[in-house]
Design a protein around this ligand. Sequence first.
Ligand code: RIB
Ligand code: CA
Length: 315
Amino acid sequence: MKIPVIIDCDPGTDDTIALTMALASDHLDVKAITTVAGNQTAEKTAVNGLKIVSFLDKQVPVARGAENPIMRPLVTAGHVHGETGMAHVVLPEPKIDYLETKAWDLFYELSVIKNEKIHLITLGPLSNVAIALMKYPKLKDGISQITMMGGAVGYGNDTPAAEYNIYADPEAAKMVFESGIPITMVGLDCTHQAWLSAAEINAMGSPTEKNGIWLAQEMMHHIHAFATRFGFEGAIMHDPSAIAAVIDPTLIQTKDYFVTVETKGEHTTGKTVVDTLRVTGREPNAQVALEINREGFVELVKELMKRYESGGFRC
Ligand code: RIB
Ligand code: CA
């Protein structure tokens, strides 16, 4: 039985790899892709989402979302993902257009209105989800679970305290953790273990045309060059880890903790405050991923990439 999902993302180099994985998986029924301002502006992440779906020749609707965080100015990550958000890769103009429907309305329409439980996978700032929660008090009745790439029990990556997706819109993230919707938090404690070596990237395939493997590998090589400069062993697969966790939950080890988000600290805003010693007495509101089976993750990525071996875009 396929899992009906909506993927909310800010493509973004690792978002791109995550989308190639999700759109190749037999385990996921990707009902829609929604985009949000984050790694790049809302305009750029939206057009990147359209181009990726069009390039991969997938019939999945794309809806645009928030142009800014709900209560603070946008902080993009062009220094990581490049001026376009797609590193050095230039994809053809999309053959499809966005839905008229906004991301937050689509969450509600595809779940509550259609009376279907949707597993929401978020790979960027949580602005769209927060707007949906504010606009639709009954949204939680339609969302079976949120699996987010975001946060960390330990140190951050955008500040010493905060992981980027949470730091970019901490008020939105706090609202999501308080929503009562079941959450799996795939944070840096887990994603920093999900690295790919140069050899593993090359082993994903040897495409003779520009297809999904080529697209993913170009992004992996970009991330590998960036991550190894910071001393990591390989290309860190943040967003792909979240997709892998939904496709095969046995790949991650989680613990149930109470999590909230700091929104006021001078040095700590955006920090996911995880009650690992249960000192607050608050009921756990998230399954927090602490480990990932790296070898199993690599095998899953490789298996999904092979789905693109036959078809592909011919430039
Ligand atoms: O901290 C990593 C996260 O921030 C990933 O989702 C990456 O795409 C960036 O958005
Ligand atoms: Ca992302």
